[in-house]
Design a binder for this molecule. Structure first.
Ligand SMILES: Cc1cc2nc3c(=O)[nH]c(=O)nc-3n(C[C@H](O)[C@H](O)[C@H](O)COP(=O)(O)OP(=O)(O)OC[C@H]3O[C@@H](n4cnc5c(N)ncnc54)[C@H](O)[C@@H]3O)c2cc1C
Length: 431
């Protein structure tokens, strides 16, 4: 049995503030579909929505609950660009395709704007995001990033902020400056995910919860997608299983799990802050990440809680460690209570490059968003839908990006991730 199957949502601030609840039945009898999507997170639902809008019959199979995975637990920060520098992509695929990749990363933000407006999704979507540097060398990286996007691609929504300008909006002394982007933003991820699911249901997408897929059998002209209780017979299949790919049998993942190194990330939510305290933290509504490899990310929720996240390797005393991290940034919160703490796996690739493609002509996948999944999953859904509908031009650009494989079993992978995390901690401290 898959370890995450048949579970309920993790306890979190998002769960307690969700604005709709639905419990969808498990798949109990054989069904037929044009496209069967495995996994009801942002990506699976985005693909389902795009395909349903074009008249395809879509069935989504979710092993636990809609938004159970990273999508319903994330920091909610929708950030343009990619974790890997765009110069690397220019070197790999040439200027024109790298420019298309950059433009697609901006489209990923537009998709959120469009869907919220079109389907009336209530998810506290707010624009404004800053990447912050903890030392001058890291500030140089931000200066380079601004140059690359502005001079190379004409993007004019980013502003470099020195320490004094940053202090006007952020109540912390630990940063030397930042790069503010007025187009990226943040949202309540579980409410956005549930909103996407509702939009799918309204377009007659069938979504089955508590329906873990345990096998995929390719036949001539169709694919049998077997759950633990029944099956869907489908023309095309989309694997939208994200960091859970490692838990799946080989007949499903066919080796693409080698591209993902899941890194655990943690978030704490404070009690609601009074307005003066909230303003002493962030006074312009932006969300924030530092530019370490293992980073801190945070923002205020709609009810003025500080949602503070960090990537780490330890699961012991998580809330205490996170509280210490938070107080390092905002000592003024010493007397503030922590109401929630939760965790989830981030789908990193070894070079932080997203990994989209197909494992056979009718089985598609997208994963490895490496910290940019809130935005890029929407784009991935659109691109995979386009390919299924006959135009794979944009998918082929992503397929041209290099993503190294990790060879070794699951325990070696866990060990490698832990060593990787320690190595990244070392780099963050000393570079
Ligand atoms: C704590 C945390 C903070 C994060 N913060 C940010 C952030 O601020 N910004 C950002 O851009 N990204 C962030 N991320 C990453 C981002 O959330 C993910 O990249 C994104 O949500 C991936 O969406 P997805 O739909 O691919 O996967 P998921 O949301 O993980 O969905 C996969 C789904 O597939 C289901 N599934 C798996 N296998 C099967 C099977 N065999 N049968 C049926 N169902 C199956 C799972 O139950 C799950 O619901 C964060 C992640 C975490 C965990």
């Amino acid at each position: 049995m898959l370890e995450f199957a048949h579970q309920e949502h993790v306890k979190s601030y998002y769960l307690d503030s969700r604005n709709q609840t639905f419990e969808l039945p498990p798949l109990s009898q054989q069904e037929e579909a044009d496209v069967c999507v495995i996994g009801a997170g942002f990506f699976g639902l985005s693909a389902a929505l795009e395909l349903a809008e074009k008249g395809k019959k879509v069935i989504v199979l979710e092993g636990a609950r809609v938004g159970f995975g990273a999508s319903g637990r994330s920091g909610g920060q929708a950030i343009n660009g990619f974790e890997e520098g765009i110069d690397e992509y220019i070197a790999q695929v040439g200027f024109d395709k790298a420019k298309k990749l950059w433009d697609m990363s901006l489209e990923a933000i537009d998709i959120i704007d469009e869907r919220i407006a079109k389907y009336g999704i209530q998810c506290d979507w707010k624009k404004g995001y800053a990447t912050l540097a903890l030392n001058e060398r890291r500030m140089d990286d931000l200066i380079e990033m601004e140059k690359a996007s502005h001079a190379t691609f004409g993007y004019d929504k980013m502003q470099l902020w020195d320490k004094a300008k940053l202090k006007q909006h952020l109540g912390s002394d630990i940063y030397v400056g930042g790069l503010y982007d007025s187009n990226s933003g943040h949202l309540h991820p579980l409410n956005y995910c549930l909103g996407l699911a509702k939009a799918c249901l309204d377009l007659s997408v069938q979504i089955y919860e508590q329906s873990p897929v345990v096998d995929l059998v390719e036949k001539s002209g169709s694919i049998e997608v077997k759950t633990d209780k029944s099956a869907v017979i489908s023309q095309d299949v989309i694997l939208a299983t994200n960091a859970y790919i490692d838990a799946l049998p080989k007949s499903i993942h066919r080796g693409i799990n080698r591209k993902i190194l899941p890194v655990e990330s943690f978030i704490i939510a404070t009690e609601p802050l009074d307005q003066a305290t909230a303003d002493s933290v962030i006074n312009n509504g932006m969300s924030v990440c530092d530019n370490n490899i293992l980073l801190d990310y945070y923002r205020l929720s709609a009810d003025n809680r500080l949602l503070f996240g960090s990537d780490s390797s330890s699961e012991k005393d998580m809330v205490q460690i996170m509280r210490r991290n938070m107080l390092h940034v905002f000592p003024q919160l010493e007397n503030v209570k922590i109401d929630y703490g939760w965790a989830g796996p981030i789908d990193m690739t070894m070079n932080a490059t997203p990994y989209f493609g197909r494992i056979s002509p009718h089985i598609y996948f997208a994963q490895g968003y490496s910290g940019h999944g809130v935005a890029l999953t929407g784009l991935a859904g659109r691109i995979i839908a386009e390919a299924i509908l006959g135009n794979d031009e944009r998918l082929r650009i992503f397929e041209g990006l290099k993503v190294p494989s990790f060879y070794g079993g699951k325990s070696l992978k866990n060990l490698a991730t832990k060593i990787g995390v320690l190595y990244y901690k070392f780099l963050d401290r000393y570079r």
